[in-house]
Design a protein around this ligand. Structure first.
Ligand code: NAD
Length: 266
């Protein structure tokens, strides 16, 4: 079913074929969307060939930490598309030292600023630029969050605070843009081994713990997240906005579990 046919999506945050953005791009392409991609300069060699695989010739650099790059990026996009429907925000960053050790020691003023700027403020900045392109269309914006927004998670540290800000950002943008026909949602994904996630100490333990405790008894994949994002950005989700949809195999819904003992009786 091509429930995204006729839709155009800008994907921000593709780095490699392990990126969540790649899972989303593949699902959107499979359901008929036309795609454009932005990337940070050093990822150009990886992103441009991936974009081509999905029939996209529209790729351009855009570092979301820079207002000038955002303005230039959207100007480049405008030379290809005067309108588009979907913005995928799959971007996050914290310095390595912010993601290791005790939260109280690892969280500096500058580390806090960088994490919030790149991982949360950028959603507001990109949505502002995207809005004129979505005029008169059923626009949809989706971003990627994590459980660390609402619960403490070892080593996730300041990224948890930035994700809490991102989730509030989703609600404020949804309230602001709804009258213009634009919906804004987030997906809270379970842990997946990507380039960024590899920077979180203990990722392997985290993956094993979640796979053992989650109702679906495995970790989620970029394909799982991609399908949910395609749905949320399609007209099938026309009544959904301001939501955070958990795509975590049900992990966040479990109060207690005894992995491996499910069938063992009392
Ligand atoms: P990834 O490394 O593949 O993607 C992160 C992207 O952010 C990269 O493309 C990187 O280039 C981009 N980025 C970083 N700084 C940037 C900047 N200044 N300007 C523009 N782009 C910048 O990793 P991923 O895991 O696919 O991450 C995508 C999103 O998913 C992130 O928001 C991440 O927090 C979120 N997420 C990841 C997991 C996980 O376990 N992998 C779980 C939940 C949520």
């Amino acid at each position: 079913m091509s429930f995204l046919s006729g839709k155009r999506a800008l994907i921000v945050g593709l780095a490699t074929d392990r990126s969540i953005a790649w899972g989303i791009a593949q699902a959107m392409h499979a359901h008929g969307a036309e795609l454009a991609f932005s990337y940070i300069e050093r990822m150009a060699d990886r992103v441009v060939p991936l974009a081509k695989q999905l029939g996209s010739q529209i790729t351009f650099p855009m570092d979301v930490a820079s207002d000038e790059e955002i303005t230039r990026g959207f100007a480049t996009l405008k030379s290809h598309w005067s309108e588009f429907d979907i913005l995928v925000h799959a971007v996050a960053f914290a310095t390595r030292d912010a993601l290791s050790g005790r939260f109280i020691d690892a969280t500096s003023r500058e580390g806090f600023r960088i994490a919030h700027d790149i991982s949360s403020y950028s959603l507001t900045a990109l949505s502002r630029e995207a809005l004129p392109f979505m005029k008169g269309r059923a626009g949809a914006i989706v971003t990627l969050s994590y459980l660390g927004a609402v619960r403490s998670v070892p080593s996730y540290n300041v990224m948890g605070l930035a994700k809490a800000s991102l989730e509030a950002n989703v609600r404020f943008l949804a309230a602001d843009l709804g009258r213009e026909g634009v919906r804004v949602n987030g997906i809270s994904a379970g842990p997946i081994k990507t380039l960024s996630a590899a920077g979180i100490p203990g990722l392997r333990k985290m993956l094993a713990h979640v796979a053992a405790a989650a109702p679906i008894a495995r970790n989620v994949t970029i394909e799982d997240v991609g399908k949910a994002a395609a749905f949320l950005c399609s007209d099938l989700a026309s009544g959904i906005t301001g939501e955070i949809l958990y795509v975590d195999g049900g992990y966040s819904t479990v109060g207690m579990s005894f992995p491996g003992e499910a069938d063992a009786g009392a």
